[in-house]
Design a protein around this ligand. Structure first.
Ligand code: NAD
Ligand code: UDP
Length: 332
């Protein structure tokens, strides 16, 4: 089976390529390298000892997509390509609507014309907005609080409409919770060049001395210690969820959404303290005011993915902290 992976040199895409190649799928990767580096291609090959085709190009460019589909017999697509920074999306909404929607619609049109109708799409727990209760189930009401989240929800709606219009489409919408960690080789992972927006990349940069101090955004939330609670999931577990989702879409013509999380919530302080303990390193932090738009707690009920995809996360918070640090130490 030949799987096209858009955004395949990015953080989650690269780990998914590793799992696909290890599961004996043929992989074709597209990425415009707007948020990743070309050397990831060789690193994936090194980890897996397998070869695959890489195309540098933009998913908004239908001529380019047509060429990729003409040159390859594609069976299914995993669509990661898109922008993902919540804060930037508030400042530059058009950039987000243009790239995330245009890349997806262009891809869907080209897939349609080549009669390739099997898709796994990267959505996010952000489509649950401010959940009324926890843990979050897939049938909870959907809403968004920022343009990035709106692009995800709009794309989900497009996919649902598409399937309604043509039942030959087979689509898995994966709603990720908070992916962290890295492949244990230390060859691929997440290490943003700019000041990180997300918690784990920030913690790691403080631990490696690249940043002075972590700001913990608020300690007056309604949680175990007052700091925000999230469902952190090891990126390798997340990548494995994509293999199960691909198996599903190749087998059945349905559309369905699945939470990919562990079901466990950890507070900011719990994560920082675990990181310090596991890696035996200091992480300076201070408590500051809340970040606008943040919610107290967010964690998944992952039982539907277990039931329907036969998938569940297995790596621990200790492994997430160890692997995240290992990657950045080797690549800073
Ligand atoms: P990433 O930025 O590391 O990877 C995305 C990749 O897509 C990058 O390599 C980038 O260069 C590429 N890309 C962007 N626009 C493109 C375009 N128009 N054409 C071709 N390539 C393009 O991000 P990630 O963390 O790996 O996330 C992957 C997907 O998962 C994204 O859609 C993101 O919104 C979604 N997601 C991520 C998280 C998270 O916390 N990382 C959470 C929920 C959902
Ligand atoms: N957070 C923090 N300091 C940071 C970054 C994040 O205290 O520098 C907190 C944030 O308020 C939230 C948690 O860490 O409670 C996870 O934030 P992240 O941005 O990683 O994920 P998201 O909020 O999108 O779930």
């Amino acid at each position: 089976m030949n799987i096209l992976v858009t955004g395949g040199t990015g953080y989650i895409g690269s780990h998914t390529c590793v799992e696909l190649l290890n599961s004996n799928y043929n992989v074709i990767v597209i990425d415009n390298l707007s948020n990743s580096k070309i050397d990831v291609v060789d690193k994936i090959k090194k980890i897996t000892n397998k070869d695959f085709k890489f195309y540098e190009g933009d998913c908004c460019n239908k001529e380019f997509l047509n060429k990729v589909f003409t040159e390859n017999q594609i069976d299914a697509v995993i669509h990661f390509a898109g922008f993902k920074a919540v804060g930037e999306s508030v400042l530059k909404p058009l950039k987000y609507y243009r790239n995330n929607l245009d890349s997806t619609i262009s891809l869907l049109e080209v897939m349609n014309s080549f009669n390739v109708k099997k898709l796994v799409f990267s959505s996010s727990a952000t489509v649950y907005g401010k959940p009324e209760s926890l843990p979050i189930k897939e049938n909870f009401p959907l809403s968004t609080t920022n343009p990035y989240g709106s692009t995800k929800l709009m794309i989900e709606d497009i996919l649902r409409d598409l399937h309604k219009s043509d039942n030959d489409w087979s689509i898995a919408i994966l709603r990720y919770f908070n992916p962290i960690g890295a492949h244990k080789s230390g060859l691929i992972g997440e290490n943003p060049n700019d000041i990180p927006n997300n918690l784990m990349p920030y913690i790691v940069k403080v631990a490696t001395g690249q940043l002075d101090e972590l700001s913990i955004f608020g300690n007056d939330y309604d949680t175990v210690d007052g700091t925000g609670v999230r469902d952190y999931i090891h990126v390798v577990d997340l990548a494995k969820g994509h293999i199960k989702a691909i198996e599903k879409v190749l087998k059945e013509n349905t559309i369905d959404s699945y939470n990919l999380g562990t079901g466990n919530g950890y507070s900011v302080l719990e994560l920082v303290k675990t990181f310090i303990k596991v890696n035996n390193v200091d992480v300076k932090y201070k408590i500051t005011k809340r970040r606008p738009g943040d919610i107290d707690a967010c964690y998944a009920d992952p039982s539907y993915a277990k039931e329907k995809l036969n998938w569940e996360a297995s790596l621990t918070i200790d492994e997430m902290c160890r692997d995240a640090y290992n990657y950045v130490k080797k690549n800073k």
